[in-house]
Write a protein that binds this ligand. Sequence first.
Ligand code: HMG
Ligand code: MG
Length: 301
Amino acid sequence: GLPERVTVYEVGARDGLQAEAVPVPTAAKVRMIRELLAAGLPMVEATSFVSPRWIPQLADAPEVVAGLAEAGLDLARHPVLVPNDRGLDRALEAGAGALAVFVSATETFARRNLNMERWEAVEAAQKVTERGALEGRPVRGYVSMVFGDPWEGPVAPGQVAEVARALLDAGCYEVSLGDTIGVGTPGHVGAVVDAVVAAGVPRERLALHLHDTYGQALANVYAGLLAGVETFDASVGGIGGCPYAGSATGNLATEDLLWMLTGLGVETGVDLDAAMRAGLAVTTLLGRPSPSRVVQALRPN
Ligand code: HMG
Ligand code: MG
C-alpha cells in the first residue's frame, strides 16, 4: 500500500535557480526560502558552495546562508550543496547547518559536472561527508544520471547501487536518486530502487529526485511510492535543471507533486496554496509562466 505520509524535499532555490541567467537578488532568494518553509515544506535546500565560475547564479551562497541565519531559521533544514573540500570550508565558514554531496552514476557526467573521474568524485564526496559529519552536520547524498545519461545512454542499476552504497557508507543519512534528464519510466523506477536496496541501502534512506523533461515525473513518483520510497524532491514552479546535463529541464513541480499526493490521501504537511504563491513570486521574477500544470489550472494568467 501507500505510505500515510511522505517528505517533500524542496530544491527550487538551488536546483531551480542554478541554471538561470536572470540574476536573482540574494534578498529574493532568502524570501523564497522563508516562504517555502512557511508553506510547511520541512526541508528547503538553500544554495551551493560550488565554483562561482561554474554556477554564477549561486555565487552569493554565503550571503544566502547569512540571510537565513539573520531571519532566525533552523539551518539544519536548509542543506547546501558541496562538491569538494574547498566548498566544505566555505560552507562551514558561512555557518551552513546541513550539507549535500553529489556524484554521478556515469563517468561522462562526473567529468562534465565535477571535472573528476566517477570514482574520484565518489571519494571526494565521501571525504566531505566524513568531515561534515565530524563537524556535526547531517549530509545528504545525490546520485545523478540513475536512469540514463545523455552521452552514455542506459545506465546499469548496479552502477547506481555501488555509488549509492558508497555515499551511505561514508555517513550520508539519505541518498537521493536523480533522474537528471528525466528519461526514467515507472517500470524502471522499481528496478533501480530494488537494486540499490539489494546493495545494502535501506529503503527508508532513499529519496527520488525526478526531472520532468519527458513528462514522466509524477508517474515515476507513484512507482516510487509503490516501491516504498517516502521522500521526494521537487522544485516550486517546476523551475530548474543542471546546466551541465545537456537536455535537463525543469524539476518535478512541487505544486504538481502536492496535488497528486493530496489526491492519494498521502500527507505532506504542506499548504498547496502557500507553496503556489511562493512559486508564482519566483516565476514572475524570472519573467515567465510556471510550467506547473496545477498552477496553470488554478491560477490561469
Ligand atoms: P575545477 O575547475 O576542476 O576546480 O572545478 P579546481 O579544483 O581545479 O579549482 C579551480 C578554481 O576553482 C580554484 O580557484 C579553486 O579555488 C576554485 P583559483 O585558484 O583558480 O582562483 N574552487 C572553488 N571555489 C569556490 N567553491 C568551490 C571551489 N572549488 C574549487 N567549491 C568543481 C571543480 C567541483 C569546483 C566544479 O566542477 C564545480 O563547481 N562543479 C559544480 C557544478 C554544479 O554545481 N552542478 C550542478 C549541481 S549538481 C545537479 O544539479 C544534479 C542534482 O540536482 C541531482 C540530479 O538532478 O541528478 C544534485
Ligand atoms: Mg537536479
